[in-house]
Design a protein around this ligand. Structure first.
Ligand SMILES: Cc1ncc(COP(=O)(O)O)c(C=O)c1O
Length: 409
């Protein structure tokens, strides 16, 4: 028996996935033209599935800072944060992130995935109780696997269920740690943070909020959902990523707790991996400055999001529960979703195909992420292509409103 035979089922599912079209795990852009356009299969395509919320990947200040950093400090650090991999740029960026969030300390990780993996698995030790939202991102689930704590899932966005599960722990020793996301990555729905914060206060639990999809997007200062909900003081740890609004790669965690920096010598996903290269540190630092000083970017991504959400809702698609930069079209049938996704690319728009088990409630989704860099004309064109394809494939029916297709820009 081959060591790979345990993947036989996955092999079969994967063949079915690619039988009649592209491999969604192997999309290769021949050229990235701008934050909103690329060349794929020799044709220009609109990018509506990149998490490039603020469109900063080609921002001139970020690019210049990055290029200068390579010239000055080289292409990589060739070491971990606790050995030779901390340069003055890493420490400066940590101070900038702490100050952006108005917090005492920040730690920079090599990816957002590692920020969750490291923070959560290290904080939640043997005898502790980790309470995570059932629809949590894979990095949170993987942190649970690495942690020695008791893992308890509460129903998605259900503070009453969370409170009930915490009550069952009454009298038991160990810390209680609640983990939720700000905006959830698949459907773009927001956590009921005010209610969760109230449960946290009543039960004396710690609260971690992953603002991966909300940093730079939500809140007057771009600090995310906790800022909008007015509960920042209740959030003990904010986790985030540099790979979405900040247009690069990397992750971070911030906190006011005085012992937070102890994590630097106990958190293995921080300690035993190479640190971010100087070019990334420099572009993230420039991007963060932009977010801190330009709140028009956040306003633009939100108005663009409403335009896409309202356009698709009006056309008759079933969407996630609220307009947010993540706009997910629900397609009941897996095969239809695969066909739909392929046809959208043929039609000139790239979105993400999201299939179970990576999606909540085993739904098949065509997920888009909106950018501040999208023009209204690009959004209208995407709506028209998606709508037109929806009719052709029978996702929409005759009673739905048809929108005329505007010409390409
Ligand atoms: C909610 C959430 N947390 C963490 C991550 C991991 O971030 P990164 O891709 O930067 O490692 C993601 C990535 O998609 C995410 O959606």
């Amino acid at each position: 028996m081959s060591i790979f035979s345990k993947f036989d089922e996955i092999r079969t599912a994967f063949s079915a996935l690619t039988e009649n079209g592209r491999n969604p795990f192997d999309i290769r852009f021949e050229k990235i033209v701008s934050p909103t356009e690329a060349i794929l299969d020799g044709r220009r395509i609109l990018l509506f599935g990149t998490n490039n919320y603020l469109g900063l990947t080609f921002d001139q200040a970020c690019v210049e800072a990055s290029v200068n950093a390579i010239r000055e400090a080289g292409t990589g650090t060739t070491g971990s944060r606790i050995a030779n991999g901390t340069y003055s740029g890493h420490t400066k960026l940590e101070q900038e992130i702490a100050s952006f969030y108005g917090r005492r300390s920040a730690m920079v990780f090599t990816t957002g995935y590692q920020a969750n993996l490291g923070l959560i698995s290290t904080l939640a030790g043997r005898g502790d109780h980790l309470l995570i939202d059932a629809d949590s991102h894979a990095s949170i689930y993987d942190a649970c696997k690495l942690s020695s704590a008791e893992i308890i899932r509460f129903r998605h966005n259900d503070p009453n269920d969370l409170a009930r599960r915490l009550r069952r722990l009454e009298g038991l020793p160990g810390s209680r740690i609640i983990v939720t996301e700000g905006l959830f990555s698949m459907l773009g729905d927001s956590a009921p943070l005010r209610e969760i914060a109230a449960v946290k206060r009543e039960t004396g639990a710690y609260l971690i909020v992953d603002e991966a999809h909300s940093m730079g997007v939500l809140g007057k200062h771009g600090r995310g959902l906790a800022e909008v909900a007015g509960v920042e003081a209740d959030v003990d740890f904010v986790v985030g990523t540099f790979s979405k609004s900040l247009g690069a790669v990397g992750g971070f965690a911030v906190s006011d707790l005085p012992d937070f920096d102890l994590l630097r010598v106990v958190c293995r996903p921080y300690m035993f991996t190479a640190s971010l290269p100087p070019a990334v540190i420099a572009s993230v630092s420039a991007a963060l400055r932009r977010v801190a000083t330009d709140n028009l970017l956040g306003a633009r991504v939100l108005s663009n999001s409403r335009r896409l959400y309202n356009g698709l809702a009006q056309a008759g698609f079933e969407l996630g529960p609220e307009p947010s930069p993540i706009v997910a079209v629900k397609i009941g049938d897996r095969e239809l979703a695969i066909k739909f996704w392929n046809a959208l690319i043929d039609g000139g728009v790239y979105l993400n195909l999201a299939l179970p088990p990576a999606t909540p409630s085993s739904q098949s989704l065509i997920r888009s992420s909106v950018s501040a860099a999208h023009t209204e004309a690009q959004i209208d064109r995407a709506i028209a292509i998606i709508t037109d394809t929806g009719y052709r494939l029978g996702v929409l029916n005759e009673n739905d409103t048809r929108i005329a297709m505007p010409a390409a820009e």
